[in-house]
Design a protein around this ligand. Structure first.
Ligand code: SAM
Ligand code: SF4
Length: 326
């Protein structure tokens, strides 16, 4: 259980939230991420033992929430064991999963049984044809049934949609219709520029502020932000069962709310999604070097920059988000 000092950077930010990528492989071909699918042989991803060791070290430094991400985490056969390992670690009170939903319908019960507490599913379009065009898979109906099942067993569900001009920027009403009767949170994420896709970004990036303004005009109110909440903004409306949300990385002050650190599937610590490099700490992910790992985490967190420099077009070393899990 947490006994050591918390991870804190030189700007006073605390990091109670770890995003852990367990594979960089993916079976989808989202236009903004892996438009040609995952190509090549994957470097050996973290083993269950390494995952246990690094999450334990984070928990010792005050981390309370772990999000399992990828690539597509559902592609790992040992995902239930990974969920269970994270949820069994003293101090970790929330295990969340971000998935494209491909395996959701058939696996959700198993994931919940293993200890999953929260689910994020990426759905960029509610139009089945458009969904298939964006991802390469005609799978929307199955994913929505999977979400219904997750809600049935009491899991909080967030749906992430990346806003893209010419693809889904006209779908606000469809998402609102869903949120009216369903206790989900739909979050629009502004498309972010990554190293591999500068042209796609310049053609399809659209600011989320316009939609946020429309919602304010229609009576949506921003929810008060919890002190430990991350950079997402959430809105509620009395006529709607669910909520709406925004992740606006190009807005001012986005980084001041940063509460997360990232571990890549090959065991590198990334201080920022758009940092220049990851720090390889894999060799310390053993039962015997946990103390050293904790020291190293504290040292490296001290190197975190105050902000990403996305606004000036710097995307760091992140070629696409499947590398790191978004
Ligand atoms: N494959 C899983 C999924 O799609 O949910 C997990 C990994 S994916 C990289 C995590 C999130 O990053 C998804 O919600 C995805 O839409 C988002 N994402 C990927 N590339 C992005 C980009 N360039 N800008 C904004 N969001 C992006
Ligand atoms: Fe795969 Fe997720 Fe990237 Fe889409 S966003 S290609 S589902 S990793």
């Amino acid at each position: 259980m947490h006994s050591l000092p918390e991870l804190r950077d030189q700007f006073g930010r605390r990091f109670g939230y770890l995003r852990l990528s367990i594979t960089e492989r993916c079976n989808f071909r989202c236009d903004y991420c892996l438009p040609n699918g995952y190509i090549g042989k994957e470097p050996l991803p973290l083993t269950l033992t390494e995952i246990r060791s690094v999450v334990r070290a984070f928990a010792d430094c005050g981390t309370r929430k772990v999000r399992i991400t990828g690539g597509e985490p559902g592609l790992r056969k040992d995902l239930p064991e990974i969920i269970n390992a994270c949820s069994s670690i003293d101090g970790i009170d929330t295990v969340a999963l971000t998935t494209n939903g491909y395996h959701l319908e058939r696996s959700i019960d198993q994931w919940v049984e293993a200890g999953l507490d929260q689910l994020n599913v990426s759905i960029d379009s509610l139009n089945p044809d458009r969904f298939a065009a964006i991802t390469g898979h005609d799978r929307l109906a199955s994913i929505q049934r999977g979400i219904d099942r997750a809600l049935e067993v009491g899991l909080p569900v967030k749906v992430n949609a990346v806003l893209m001009k010419g693809f889904n920027d006209t779908e606000l009403q469809s998402f609102l219709d869903w949120v009216r009767d369903s206790p989900i949170t739909v979050r629009f994420i502004e498309l972010m520029q990554t190293g591999d896709h500068p042209v796609f970004f310049s053609e399809h990036h659209v600011r989320g502020e316009g939609i946020k303004y429309q919602l304010h005009q229609a009576g949506w109110i921003e929810k008060p932000r919890r002190l430990e909440a991350g950079p997402a903004i959430e809105l509620a409306h009395p006529d709607y069962l669910g909520s709406m949300g925004f992740i606006l990385p190009y807005s001012r002050d986005f980084c001041s709310g940063c509460n997360r650190l990232r571990i890549s599937s090959t065991g590198k610590l990334h201080l920022c999604l758009f940092g220049e490099q990851g720090y390889d700490i894999r060799s310390l992910m053993t039962e015997h070097s946990e103390e050293h790992l904790v020291q190293e985490l504290h040292r490296l967190v001290g190197l975190k920059d105050e902000s990403h420099y996305l606004n000036v077009g710097k995307t760091g070393a992140t070629r696409h988000f499947a590398m790191l899990g978004g």
